[in-house]
Design a protein around this ligand. Structure first.
Ligand code: OFO
Length: 173
C-alpha cells in the first residue's frame, strides 16, 4: 500500500513523463520540418520511450492499490532555431527529469517505502543513460561545428546511436 505522499509524488512523475513524451514529439516535429529526418526518427522513438516510462509508473501505482491520475499535457515550450539548439535543450530537459526522479527517491526514503525506492532504481539508471547519451551527442556536435557533410552523416547515423553509461554496465530492463 502506498502512502498518500508517495502516491501523489508518483502521479506527479507520471505527468512529467507524459510531458516528456510530448516534449520529444515537439523536437521530432521540428527536426522533421527542417530536413533532419534521422534526428526526427531518434526523437519519435524517444517520445515513445517516455510514454513507456509513464505507463510503467501507472502500472506500478495500480499494482500497489493506488489511484492513478491520467495527466493533461502541457503544450511543450520548445524555442529552437538550430539542430544544435535541439540537443542543448534536450540535455537541460534530461537534467531536470533526473532532479525530479532524485526528489521522488528522497520522498520514498523519508516515507520508509523501500519497495517503491527499489522500483525507482530502474529510472535512476535510465536517467544516467539518457544524460550520458545527450552529453555524447553534444560532444560530437561540438566537433562537427558547421561542417555540412559531418551533419549529413550525423543525421544518417543518429537513429542507431546507443550509449551505455560506464556506471550502468548493461543493466537495462
Ligand atoms: Fe523518462 O527518461 Fe529521461 O526523460
Amino acid at each position: 500500500m502506498l502512502s498518500k505522499k508517495v502516491e501523489k509524488a508518483l502521479n506527479d512523475q507520471v505527468k512529467m513523463e507524459g510531458n516528456s513524451s510530448n516534449y520529444y514529439l515537439a523536437l521530432a516535429c521540428w527536426a522533421d520540418m527542417n530536413g533532419f529526418s534521422g534526428v526526427a526518427d531518434f526523437m519519435y522513438k524517444q517520445s515513445d520511450e517516455e510514454r513507456f516510462h509513464m505507463l510503467k509508473l501507472m502500472k506500478y501505482v495500480i499494482e500497489r492499490d493506488g489511484e492513478v491520475v491520467v495527466p493533461a499535457y502541457d503544450q511543450p515550450k520548445v524555442n529552437i532555431t538550430t539542430a544544435t539548439g535541439v540537443f542543448q535543450d534536450l540535455y537541460k530537459h534530461e537534467i531536470a527529469v533526473t532532479e525530479s526522479i532524485n526528489k521522488l527517491v528522497g520522498i520514498c526514503l523519508s516515507e520508509n517505502d523501500y519497495t517503491t525506492h527499489n522500483f525507482l532504481q530502474w529510472y535512476v539508471s535510465e536517467q544516467l543513460e539518457e544524460e550520458a547519451t545527450a552529453k555524447t551527442i553534444l560532444d560530437k556536435i561540438k566537433l562537427m561545428g558547421d561542417d555540412k557533410s559531418a551533419w549529413y552523416h550525423f543525421d544518417r547515423d543518429i537513429a542507431g546511436l546507443t550509449v551505455t553509461s560506464i556506471a550502468d554496465p548493461g543493466q537495462k530492463a
